[in-house]
Write a protein that binds this ligand. Structure first.
Ligand SMILES: [Zn+2]
Length: 259
């Protein structure tokens, strides 16, 4: 046996012994387990919602959301033009949620009766299906689910009946817990809209924010980047609504009474 092999062989054996010893120590009992980590705090989430589009400002709202990598929900009305087709599809293609806000939104038409409301929702549902191949199950009642715009023959508001009917058809409705007031006193003041939204959201871990998408809402477009930057810096994430997401319902559907 050459001299070098005589040296190498014992050294290989020694290495093997050391490796075995290390493996054995790795298998020894773990040190006492640390106290279990506290449950993770729920994610602070903002659901921005834009009602009444498609409009001239929808493409810009979508551009701003894309630039900030934020998702939102658009409760749209009927627009049979190629522009409407493009906007509905762009909303879905860019990861936002699309919801039904009735075809015409005209209170005198949609709230004329419960049947009229159903027909108006179905008309928009058919249009969106024709343009996008999907039938959104998210619904926002014009003026909210607790509006008292129309009373039935018995003098009571028809909204209880509507809320139950639409739930039975598989729709899930969404009201809001933060109103941007971009349709009221703040309508033309981007900073006031942003401040109202941020202050309202900061009081909550889950917020559904009411905003508007129409040509009169240039200030809403201007407020959007301010809202996105500030709330993100406060640890919020922006998500689209869904059939299983958080919701706010001023009026909740009631299960049918047992016979
Ligand atoms: Zn509306």
């Amino acid at each position: 046996m050459p001299a070098d092999r005589r040296v190498v062989l014992p050294m290989l054996l020694l290495s093997a012994v050391l490796l075995c010893a290390r493996a054995a120590s790795a298998g020894s009992p773990d040190p006492p387990a640390a106290a279990p980590a506290p449950a993770a705090a729920p994610e602070k989430t903002v659901y921005l919602t834009f009602d009444d589009g498609p409009s001239e400002i929808t493409p810009t709202l979508l551009d701003v959301l894309k630039e900030h990598e934020a998702a939102a929900t658009f409760f749209v009305c009927g627009n049979v033009t190629e522009f409407g087709n493009t906007v509905y599809n762009r909303i879905l293609d860019e990861g936002h949620a699309l919801g039904n806000h009735t075809f015409s939104h005209r209170y005198s038409t949609v709230y004329k009766s419960a049947d009229a409301f159903e027909q108006n929702v179905a008309r928009l549902d058919d249009l969106i299906h024709r343009f996008t191949g999907t039938r959104p199950r998210l619904l926002r009642f014009p003026a909210g689910s607790n509006n008292r715009i129309t009373r039935g023959p018995d003098g009571k508001s028809i909204t209880h009946d509507l809320v139950n009917r639409m739930a039975k058809q598989g729709y899930r409705h969404f009201d809001w817990n933060v109103d941007s007031v971009d349709h009221g006193a703040n309508a033309s003041d981007a900073r006031a809209i942003a401040r109202t939204v941020v202050e309202g959201v900061l009081k909550r871990d889950q917020a559904i924010v009411l905003m508007h998408d129409s040509y009169t809402h240039a200030a809403t477009v201007e407020a959007l980047p301010l809202i996105l930057r500030e709330l993100r810096s406060q640890g919020y994430v922006f998500k689209p609504l869904s059939e299983t997401s958080y919701t706010v319902q001023f009026l909740k559907p009631q299960a049918a009474a047992a016979p």
